[in-house]
Design a protein around this ligand. Structure first.
Ligand code: G1P
Length: 295
């Protein structure tokens, strides 16, 4: 029987070593894209996709993620007193967005291990996973997670959100091997390999969005360290696939790897250019820079 996807997990316990020294005392998920912490965009995507309960996996050094989504009584009171109603409304909305829960991964043992920490929260339901590093926008249509949920409603099976990458980039991702396209971007999964060093099975890469059957926990429990010496979600999916049907779905939207410096800079520029009050002066500045830096 097909169940409804109501819960999402956002793993945000990584150490953020690619972004040191900024991430020495600040979680990378709190780095702002213009003025909104990137993790807030991910929570907003979950909410817009119809998710009701969200569990964020943090670590002992990431308490401020929890604080960000909490009610800030004193700040709200001050904004209220000084008549800053627009700001007050914006701040208030953040704490009302969804039912948020937090769990800590006590040791950095990898994404698979982080997800295993959520077993009690998930229970026996299919659930969404949205990686804290991957901000995805689809301004023309539905959010990436909503697109996956629609596919889940059709198939009732686990689904991995994928997009094409250049062959030389495949070593950075979970790469899938698929059978021929079933329809509209949906493929049956035949194999999946985490960060292949050579001979990738294709160029479709997992892009931080998954819907998983709760049976994944049985396989996560059994996993030994894989790529990078970490317990990998990808390896558990490779086992799950032997027992249950798993699909890959090529979702529409632009994905930014905000754990990577170029990905982060691109996100800031693109998001700023979408703001009415920033677009024109920023474009002028970009043109000025381009002119100055010719050749
Ligand atoms: C993780 C996953 C990988 C996926 C990638 C991008 O890797 O393990 O399969 O392709 O996210 O979503 P990470 O970038 O955390 O090393």
């Amino acid at each position: 029987m097909k169940q409804v996807v109501k819960k999402a997990i956002i793993p945000a316990a990584g150490l953020g070593t690619r972004f040191l020294p900024a991430t020495k005392s600040m979680p990378k998920e709190m780095l702002p894209i213009v003025d909104v912490p990137s993790i807030q965009y991910i929570v907003e995507e979950a909410v817009k996709s119809g998710i009701e309960e969200i569990l964020i996996i943090t670590n002992p050094y990431k308490k401020c993620i929890e604080d960000h989504f909490d009610k800030t009584f004193e700040l709200e009171e001050r904004l209220n007193r000084s008549g800053k109603t627009k700001e007050l409304e914006m701040i208030h909305k953040i704490s009302e967005m969804a039912d948020l829960f937090f769990v800590r991964q006590k040791e950095p043992k990898g994404l698979g291990h982080a997800i295993l920490c959520t077993k009690a929260f998930v229970g026996n339901e299919p659930f969404a996973v949205m990686l804290g590093d991957d901000v995805v926008v689809n301004r023309e249509g539905e959010p990436a997670m909503k697109q996956l949920i629609r596919q889940y409603e059709l198939t009732g099976s686990s689904i991995l959100g994928v997009q094409e990458v250049a062959l030389e980039e495949t070593g950075k991702y979970g790469i899938v091997k698929t059978a021929s396209k079933e329809k509209d971007g949906l493929y049956a999964l035949e194999d999946i390999i985490e960060k292949p060093k050579e001979n990738p099975p294709g160029n479709l890469a997992v892009m931080g969005r998954y819907i998983l059957s709760p049976s994944i926990f049985e396989h996560l429990k059994e996993q030994k360290p894989g790529a990078l010496g970490e317990i990998q979600l990808t390896d558990a999916i490779a086992e799950l696939m032997k027992e249950e049907k798993v699909y890959a779905y090529q979702f529409k939207g632009r994905r930014y790897d905000i754990g990577d410096k170029m990905g982060y800079l691109k996100a800031i520029l693109d998001f700023a250019l979408e703001r009415e009050n920033l677009r024109e002066p920023l474009m002028e500045y970009i043109c000025e820079l381009a002119e100055k830096n010719k050749e």
